[in-house]
Design a binder for this molecule. Structure first.
Ligand SMILES: *Cc1c(COP(=O)(O)O)cnc(C)c1O
Length: 430
């Protein structure tokens, strides 16, 4: 339970910040209780304002694949900041980061840096509509692409957590251009293209959904999207804000071998600093101002400190053994948790791709947003608090991914397994 310091910070926060937080899921509304205020962090561990230590499986929502305050990244940030925090003029670092991204993600010939995943999603749609001279966008129920108006129809993440059906303040004229289909439903997508293909500018999809909890693409789903968009002159956009540099060095497109026209990046790209990007074929990207008619801009875009963090992070991920190691450690955690929960007869399933995973409580597999919504949110809240009590910090919502970082050791994984076993022993009886 939170003692006075946390309560006091929460009161002060709520007086000046709506809900006390600057991003809704941080409020713990889905699980109840008072959110911890974080004072500092290192490696796989967070320290809250009361000095309590937690093993962290949030990793700033997937941004921190190297763990907190990685010394290499911190040094790069400090050196960059000392040279000047922002110039509003081009820098060599931006070229270097763009070249590094292009080397890793073959479908990206040119990219533009922005300051968040939301900006990447918003800008990439404008570009897709301009390129195709079409207006309609297809997205999938539960996929989150940032909070741009047109993309807030049935979005995941905080929107799913709070069951906001249609966000207030967004006109139907805007979301009306967005068609929302069920993730992994190949037949529905094919039928939609049969009826409306000529009007569809783009399909935007999380190639592994991470915002209704982790939901992997069904066999053939991504390839079907590729074929349908190609056949109908639409663009395929992979939102790899989570999966980029997470599931493989070249993202989900390398992992699954499906090549999109355009890609959104964020989170790991900035190594914990505010940074996003969108990119793709030069022929499309060259429509952006100043060379083309599609306006897009940012005072802090390509910020030199954020770029330095990004370069340092991507350098550390150069060794492909990194992804094998993450996958093995996460796999052993998954198998242990499934075994424990089964032995206590707690129906649950772990969805996982590499180092991103979600524990869904309830019978049956979860393959789309409807399945995620059927999962047992009350039991998830008990699990969340049970883990907090044992010093382990999971995402405070059943619709978010947990992330393993390179800073998580075998001992950390072992500690997690013991904690879940301890919790399940009490829960199983209840
Ligand atoms: C986090 C996320 C975004 C939004 O990025 P922000 O930096 O929070 O604006 C977009 N798409 C996906 C898939 C995400 O997970």
């Amino acid at each position: 339970m939170a003692d006075n310091k946390t309560e006091e910070l929460n009161r002060r926060a709520k007086a000046v910040i709506p809900g006390g937080v600057n991003s809704p899921v941080r409020s713990w509304k889905a699980v109840g209780g008072v959110p911890r205020f974080i004072a500092r962090a290192r490696g796989a561990h967070l320290v809250d304002a009361e000095g309590k230590v937690y093993l962290d499986y949030v990793g700033s929502w997937g941004a921190l694949i190297l763990g907190h305050a990685d010394p290499h990244v911190v040094a790069a940030v400090q050196e960059a900041a000392a040279r000047g925090i922002t110039f509003g003029a081009p820098t060599e670092g931006e070229i270097q980061l763009a070249e590094m991204v292009r080397q890793r993600i073959a479908s990206i010939e040119k990219l533009r840096l922005v300051s968040s995943g939301t900006e990447a999603g918003m800008s990439v749609l404008r570009l897709a509509k301009a390129y195709t001279k079409r207006q309609r966008i297809v997205k999938f129920d539960g996929c989150y692409h940032g909070h741009a108006d047109a993309l807030l129809a049935r979005a995941g993440s905080g929107v799913a957590t709070f069951s906001i059906p249609d966000t207030a303040g967004v006109s139907e004229a805007v979301t009306g251009e967005t068609m929302v289909l069920s993730y992994n439903d190949v037949d529905e997508t094919a039928a939609t293209f049969k009826d409306h293909g000529a009007q569809i500018a783009a399909v935007i999809v999380e190639p592994v959904c991470g915002n209704m909890g982790v939901i992997p693409p069904a066999q053939g789903f991504l390839q079907t999207l590729r074929n349908l968009t190609r056949d109908h002159g639409s663009l395929l956009i992979f939102d790899e804000v989570i999966t980029g540099f997470r599931v493989a060095r070249g993202g989900a497109q390398e992992f699954y071998g499906v090549v999109p026209d355009l890609t959104c990046l964020g989170k790991i790209l900035g190594g914990g600093m505010p940074l996003g990007a969108f990119g793709g074929r030069a022929e499309i990207m060259d429509l952006l101002a100043p060379d083309g008619p599609v306006y897009q801009a940012g005072t802090l875009s390509g910020n030199p400190v954020a770029v330095a963090a990004g370069i340092a992070t991507l350098e550390a991920l150069d060794d492909n053994g990194v992804y094998t190691a993450l996958d093995q450690r996460a796999g052993s955690l998954q198998r242990s948790l499934e075994g424990i929960l089964e032995s206590y007869e707690i129906p649950a399933t772990v969805n996982r791709v590499g180092s991103m995973a979600t524990l869904f409580f309830g019978p049956g597999r979860v393959a789309n947003a409807a399945g995620a919504r059927r999962s047992d949110g009350k039991r998830f809240a008990r699990f969340f608090h049970g883990m907090m009590d044992r010093g382990i910090y999971f995402p405070p919502s059943p619709y978010e991914s947990a992330f393993l970082s390179l800073a998580h050791s075998d001992a950390d994984v072992e500690k997690t397994i013991l904690a879940v076993g301890d919790w399940a022993r009490g829960e199983g009886r209840g």
